[in-house]
Design a protein around this ligand. Sequence first.
Ligand code: AMP
Length: 444
Amino acid sequence: MTFASLGLIEPLLRALETLGYQTPTPVQAQAIPAVLAGRDLMAAAQTGTGKTAGFALPLLQLLTMEGPNVSANSARALILCPTRELAEQVHASVAEYAQHLPLTTYAVYGGVSINPQMMKLRKGVDILVATPGRLIDLFRQNALKLNQLQTLVLDEADRMLDLGFSEELANIYRMLPKKRQTLLFSATFSDDIRLLASQMLNDPLSIEVSPRNVAANTVKQWVVPVDKKRKAELFVHLMRKGRWKQVLVFAKTRNGVDALVDKLQGLGINADGIHGDKPQATRQRALDRFKASDVQILVATDVAARGLDIEDLPLVVNFDLPIVAEDYIHRIGRTGRAGNTGEAISLVCADEVNMLSAIEMLTRQTLTRKMEPDFEPEHRVPDTDASGQVVKKPKKPKKPKTSGGGGKRNLGKWVDSGDVAPAEPSIKPVRKVPVFNTGPRKKK
Ligand code: AMP
């Protein structure tokens, strides 16, 4: 199959040739004709398999065929992304695909001055990529009208629809014309999100190009059990032993990111960190330097879990497991992209056994455990498997308690070890499904 056989126009084919895309990926092969035909979509495909081009190419074609007629302060298509870095990256891809087209594209997100964005929107843009908060600000300040909007894309749709964004999304929905095309793309879709998504779409086509909720099979995954207090030491040991060149490391909290970066830098290792407390320019600079291989180790919270495309990244390390099992798939999906191979190593302590079990159940696999000599944990990590069972060994008799307080809180499914800093927006668990008042949908 070729891109030409999918019906794409010549300026797009020329751009793809420059980019070296020869054959459509499976998600592109299915999504492109469906979007061109005006269908609503719910598309699930593994991380790194070309989803961006799957929606961007047909969108650009539809807008080109209509002719460039965007009004002042308007957008004809809106792509919503959960993080600023992802908005920037998606926009860069859209702009590359659009290089021979008479269309305008732009990205808006928070953490940077709003004024240049307001100026840029004055003439209107054909495709606007945005994070939800900044989009709402621009709308409220009358810098953006959405009555000309024809297509809405939710990239990383399950994240966009979970509780962390529910209020903002409900607000955005109220601003949009009821008659529009809606496209949802993600590597993971929980059942709750599927149900919610199906209510938002008009006669949607569901595309599923791989088994549900699995990471790309190009990523080799394993777990190293270790005591919590020895994780940093183990990380440095493995790094030196394996002569790791470039690693993306995920930690659970902002404090955890800073502590590991400090430790690594203290050892003379070229490391940097990104998390939601850092100014946007610092975040983007750290990411750009990592993408350019000027930084060897990038430590991040889940703000970097979604969608980021880092060329030839060989290794992802989960210094801590994610609180939401789906985020594991997104995190390790930063490696093994575009058909390359990659490795994902998780350093797991006894406290994290429930998270490990949830990940194995979601991905329907029992992760191989590799003990590292001299790092065998004193607190054993109970056995787990893909059935979701945690096999606890018989408990030792407890010593009588001498004082109150302390201890561990049981948060339903997860055990909270008590040192969890305020959660990143992107690591909020989906507990309930938000309900949108989308109003009656007009038939197209
Ligand atoms: P995405 O999943 O959209 O982030 O894309 C993952 C990576 O695959 C990006 O680096 C894209 O540039 C690349 N890519 C997407 N589609 C193709 C294709 N058909 N052929 C070659 N590379 C592609």
